[in-house]
Design a protein around this ligand. Sequence first.
Ligand code: DQA
Length: 151
Amino acid sequence: MPAVYVLNGPNLNLLGRREPGVYGSVTLDEIERRLREEAGAAGVEMTFRQSNLEGELVGWVHEAGLKGAGVVINAGAYTHTSLALRDAIAGSGAIAVEVHISNVYAREPFRHKSMIAAVCAGVICGFGPTSYKLGLAAAITLLRERTATAP
Ligand code: DQA
Protein backbone atom coordinates (compact mmCIF):
# COMPACT_ATOMS: atom_id res chain seq x y z
CA MET A 1 0.00 0.00 0.00
CA PRO A 2 1.48 3.41 -0.92
CA ALA A 3 2.24 5.62 2.06
CA VAL A 4 2.29 9.40 2.40
CA TYR A 5 3.50 11.52 5.30
CA VAL A 6 1.73 14.88 5.63
CA LEU A 7 4.07 17.09 7.65
CA ASN A 8 3.22 20.46 9.16
CA GLY A 9 5.68 22.96 10.52
CA PRO A 10 5.58 25.74 13.09
CA ASN A 11 2.39 27.55 14.07
CA LEU A 12 0.15 25.37 11.92
CA ASN A 13 -1.27 23.92 15.15
CA LEU A 14 -2.87 27.37 15.53
CA LEU A 15 -4.91 27.13 12.33
CA GLY A 16 -8.50 28.19 12.91
CA ARG A 17 -7.56 31.05 15.20
CA ARG A 18 -4.27 32.19 13.67
CA GLU A 19 -4.64 35.25 11.39
CA PRO A 20 -8.02 34.06 10.02
CA GLY A 21 -7.93 36.76 7.34
CA VAL A 22 -4.89 35.01 5.86
CA TYR A 23 -5.38 31.35 6.80
CA GLY A 24 -9.16 31.04 7.20
CA SER A 25 -11.06 29.27 9.94
CA VAL A 26 -10.41 25.59 9.22
CA THR A 27 -8.37 23.85 11.93
CA LEU A 28 -5.49 21.45 11.37
CA ASP A 29 -7.61 18.65 12.89
CA GLU A 30 -10.26 19.31 10.26
CA ILE A 31 -7.65 19.30 7.48
CA GLU A 32 -6.41 15.95 8.81
CA ARG A 33 -9.96 14.57 8.87
CA ARG A 34 -10.57 15.60 5.25
CA LEU A 35 -7.27 14.14 4.10
CA ARG A 36 -7.93 10.83 5.88
CA GLU A 37 -11.09 10.50 3.80
CA GLU A 38 -9.14 11.19 0.59
CA ALA A 39 -6.32 8.83 1.54
CA GLY A 40 -8.73 6.09 2.58
CA ALA A 41 -10.65 6.35 -0.70
CA ALA A 42 -7.36 6.16 -2.62
CA GLY A 43 -6.11 3.17 -0.61
CA VAL A 44 -3.15 5.11 0.77
CA GLU A 45 -1.72 4.87 4.28
CA MET A 46 -1.43 8.41 5.64
CA THR A 47 0.68 9.66 8.53
CA PHE A 48 -0.22 13.21 9.62
CA ARG A 49 2.05 15.17 11.98
CA GLN A 50 2.78 18.72 13.15
CA SER A 51 5.80 20.10 14.97
CA ASN A 52 7.12 23.51 15.93
CA LEU A 53 10.66 22.05 15.98
CA GLU A 54 12.84 22.00 12.87
CA GLY A 55 14.82 18.92 13.93
CA GLU A 56 11.66 16.91 14.51
CA LEU A 57 10.48 17.70 10.98
CA VAL A 58 13.90 16.69 9.63
CA GLY A 59 13.62 13.33 11.44
CA TRP A 60 10.14 12.70 10.01
CA VAL A 61 11.35 13.42 6.46
CA HIS A 62 14.11 10.82 6.99
CA GLU A 63 11.55 8.34 8.34
CA ALA A 64 9.32 8.84 5.28
CA GLY A 65 12.26 8.47 2.88
CA LEU A 66 13.44 5.23 4.52
CA LYS A 67 9.94 3.75 4.15
CA GLY A 68 9.66 4.84 0.52
CA ALA A 69 6.72 7.06 1.48
CA GLY A 70 5.82 10.29 -0.26
CA VAL A 71 5.84 13.58 1.64
CA VAL A 72 3.36 16.45 1.54
CA ILE A 73 4.97 19.26 3.50
CA ASN A 74 3.74 22.61 4.72
CA ALA A 75 6.93 23.70 6.42
CA GLY A 76 5.41 27.02 7.54
CA ALA A 77 8.08 29.64 8.14
CA TYR A 78 10.84 27.00 7.86
CA THR A 79 9.99 26.96 4.14
CA HIS A 80 11.81 30.25 3.83
CA THR A 81 14.76 29.52 6.12
CA SER A 82 15.58 25.86 6.51
CA LEU A 83 18.61 24.51 4.71
CA ALA A 84 18.32 21.49 7.04
CA LEU A 85 14.87 20.60 5.70
CA ARG A 86 16.03 21.07 2.14
CA ASP A 87 18.96 18.71 2.73
CA ALA A 88 16.67 16.23 4.49
CA ILE A 89 14.30 16.10 1.51
CA ALA A 90 17.17 15.83 -0.99
CA GLY A 91 19.06 13.29 1.12
CA SER A 92 16.11 11.06 1.98
CA GLY A 93 15.13 10.53 -1.64
CA ALA A 94 11.47 11.02 -0.69
CA ILE A 95 9.11 12.33 -3.34
CA ALA A 96 7.95 15.59 -1.74
CA VAL A 97 5.26 18.14 -2.56
CA GLU A 98 5.44 21.60 -0.94
CA VAL A 99 2.09 23.05 0.05
CA HIS A 100 0.86 26.33 1.53
CA ILE A 101 -2.58 27.48 2.53
CA SER A 102 -1.94 31.08 1.50
CA ASN A 103 -0.58 32.34 -1.82
CA VAL A 104 2.91 33.13 -0.58
CA TYR A 105 3.68 35.00 -3.84
CA ALA A 106 0.92 37.51 -3.12
CA ARG A 107 2.41 38.24 0.32
CA GLU A 108 5.56 39.81 1.75
CA PRO A 109 8.73 39.46 -0.38
CA PHE A 110 10.44 37.33 2.29
CA ARG A 111 7.82 34.63 1.62
CA HIS A 112 8.62 34.52 -2.10
CA LYS A 113 11.79 32.51 -1.52
CA SER A 114 11.48 28.83 -0.66
CA MET A 115 14.50 26.88 0.56
CA ILE A 116 12.79 23.58 -0.20
CA ALA A 117 10.97 24.14 -3.51
CA ALA A 118 13.91 23.08 -5.68
CA VAL A 119 14.12 19.66 -4.03
CA CYS A 120 10.36 19.10 -4.11
CA ALA A 121 8.54 17.68 -7.11
CA GLY A 122 6.33 20.77 -7.15
CA VAL A 123 4.65 23.49 -5.15
CA ILE A 124 0.94 24.08 -4.49
CA CYS A 125 -0.11 27.26 -2.73
CA GLY A 126 -2.99 29.66 -2.33
CA PHE A 127 -5.95 27.28 -2.37
CA GLY A 128 -6.63 27.35 1.36
CA PRO A 129 -7.06 23.90 2.94
CA THR A 130 -7.61 22.52 -0.58
CA SER A 131 -3.86 22.97 -1.15
CA TYR A 132 -3.40 19.88 1.06
CA LYS A 133 -5.92 17.85 -0.93
CA LEU A 134 -4.21 18.81 -4.20
CA GLY A 135 -0.80 18.08 -2.65
CA LEU A 136 -1.92 14.64 -1.50
CA ALA A 137 -3.33 13.86 -4.95
CA ALA A 138 -0.04 14.95 -6.56
CA ALA A 139 2.04 12.83 -4.16
CA ILE A 140 -0.15 9.76 -4.76
CA THR A 141 0.08 10.21 -8.54
CA LEU A 142 3.88 10.52 -8.39
CA LEU A 143 4.22 7.47 -6.11
CA ARG A 144 2.08 5.39 -8.49
CA GLU A 145 4.12 6.57 -11.50
CA ARG A 146 7.34 5.64 -9.69
CA THR A 147 5.98 2.15 -8.91
CA ALA A 148 4.76 1.68 -12.48
CA THR A 149 8.17 2.55 -13.96
CA ALA A 150 10.29 0.71 -11.35
CA PRO A 151 12.51 -1.98 -12.87
C1 DQA B 1 2.33 29.07 5.18
C2 DQA B 1 3.00 30.30 4.57
C3 DQA B 1 4.27 30.65 5.31
O1 DQA B 1 4.89 31.79 4.75
C4 DQA B 1 3.97 30.92 6.77
O2 DQA B 1 5.17 31.15 7.49
C5 DQA B 1 3.18 29.84 7.41
C6 DQA B 1 2.06 29.27 6.66
C7 DQA B 1 0.98 28.76 4.50
O3 DQA B 1 0.51 27.63 4.65
O4 DQA B 1 0.40 29.61 3.85
O5 DQA B 1 3.38 29.49 8.57
O6 DQA B 1 3.17 27.96 5.00
